[in-house]
Write a protein that binds this ligand. Structure first.
Ligand SMILES: Cc1cc2nc3c(=O)[nH]c(=O)nc-3n(C[C@H](O)[C@H](O)[C@H](O)COP(=O)(O)OP(=O)(O)OC[C@H]3O[C@@H](n4cnc5c(N)ncnc54)[C@H](O)[C@@H]3O)c2cc1C
Ligand code: SF4
Length: 330
């Protein structure tokens, strides 16, 4: 590991200031992703600004719905009674991730900002536009079994690997961010992560020094609580990232689907919400034929790479299964 300066932020404002003025500075929360990447020499911060002790741990009701502190751990969040009762999809997504020990350390803000698990990103002997802009993409013509089938660019075919953000997107969450000068803004989660385009080194729309302070869940999304399901498909049943994940949520009225949310994980550089699948579900009665149509619609734009065509059918089957479970038909 390379030498770095350690700074303990006294408050949120001081933390932001300590990062903004130093190009190589980074926030340190639970450290479960950042410190790993530093050991691998992938991340090379010159200064770590420790925010882990700042009072951003609360999970509480707000006017908009529920506010999840950026520094609440994944365990605290998944186990909170208000989340279990009103947003069980989020609990399911969080506990599908990592391991108990990791979730005890991992924070909500850090979880959103975890980096891709592309093997070439981790291997500093290989070209990677995300790690080193302009160096090329080792995965485009390499082993790309775990990579994207939607929304990729020639510059980067990596996926966003997290689980929590998929559920948050299905629940229409927003991310509260504090920038330089203490200004706060709210970013809808669907606009928070980016597609790679020409700038794969930018995972999100955050600027340098932007501090996530909270995640907001709207009241209205609690109406999906009865009919929601998070399905994660992976090579082994624990301690593994998704090959494909599905966050499915339905709102029923008079026996028909009044509203639907469908988000795919680990198929693109960001959580992938399918407006086509949601349109195919709205107004319909529950049943396998309708779920199949939604699954077809969701993958219509898929462009698999040399080694991941399997993800198209896997995603379609996973969508049908997640909707079936959300609808309590199995
Ligand atoms: C073995 C292993 C398996 C895993 N499996 C899964 C899985 O299956 N599913 C899954 O979703 N995740 C998984 N994870 C990832 C894990 O969830 C993340 O490492 C964790 O959520 C990151 O949170 P952290 O607080 O430790 O972040 P840190 O490592 O401290 O920080 C991560 C990044 O976020 C930045 N940051 C942190 N907090 C803030 C903030 N408030 N504002 C602005 N920037 C901030 C940091 O500067 C850093 O760049 C796994 C991790 C490991 C090590
Ligand atoms: S897919 Fe993206 S992260 Fe992976 S090697 Fe290519 S540029 Fe790097």
């Amino acid at each position: 590991m390379r030498p770095f300066e350690y700074v303990r932020a006294e408050n949120a404002g001081a933390g932001v200031d300590a990062v903004v003025g130093v190009p190589g500075a980074k926030f340190l929360a639970g450290g479960t992703n950042l410190v790993d990447l530093m050991k691998e020499d992938v991340e090379r911060p010159t200064r770590l600004v420790d925010i882990s002790h700042l009072p951003l741990h609360k999970i509480e009701r707000s006017r908009a719905g529920l506010s999840l502190g950026a520094l609440a751990t994944n365990t605290q969040t998944a186990n909170h009674p208000l989340i279990r009762e009103n947003y069980p999809l989020l609990t399911q997504a969080i506990v599908a991730g990592a391991s108990g020990q990791l979730r005890n350390m991992a924070t909500n803000g850090g979880n959103l900002l975890q980096r891709t698990r592309c093997n070439y990103f981790y291997d500093t002997a290989m070209p990677c536009n995300k790690r080193e802009p302009g160096s090329g993409c080792g995965a485009r013509e390499g082993l790309n079994k775990i990579h994207a089938i939607l929304g990729w660019s020639e510059g980067c075919v990596a996926t966003y690997p997290g689980d929590m953000a998929n559920a948050l997107y299905a629940l229409d969450a927003s991310v509260r961010v504090r920038g330089a000068g203490g200004k706060e803004r709210l970013i809808p989660i669907g606009e928070f992560h980016r597609l790679p385009g020409e700038e794969p080194h930018r995972d999100t729309v955050l600027g340098h020094g932007d501090l996530i302070v909270a995640i907001q869940l709207p009241v209205a999304s609690a109406e999906f609580a009865r009919h929601s399901y998070y399905l994660k498909v992976r090579d082994r049943s624990s301690y593994a990232f998704a090959l494909v994940a599905v966050a499915a949520a339905l709102r029923m009225e008079n026996g028909a689907i009044k509203d639907a949310r469908l988000v795919l994980g680990s198929v693109a550089h960001k959580p992938w919400r399918s407006a086509e699948a949601e349109a195919a579900l709205k107004g319909q009665r529950l049943g396998e034929a309708v779920f199949q149509q939604a699954a077809q619609a969701a993958l219509q734009q898929a462009r698999p790479l040399a080694h991941n065509a399997y993800k198209v059918e896997l995603a379609q089957r996973s969508i049908v299964r997640a909707l079936t479970r959300a609808a309590h038909l199995a």
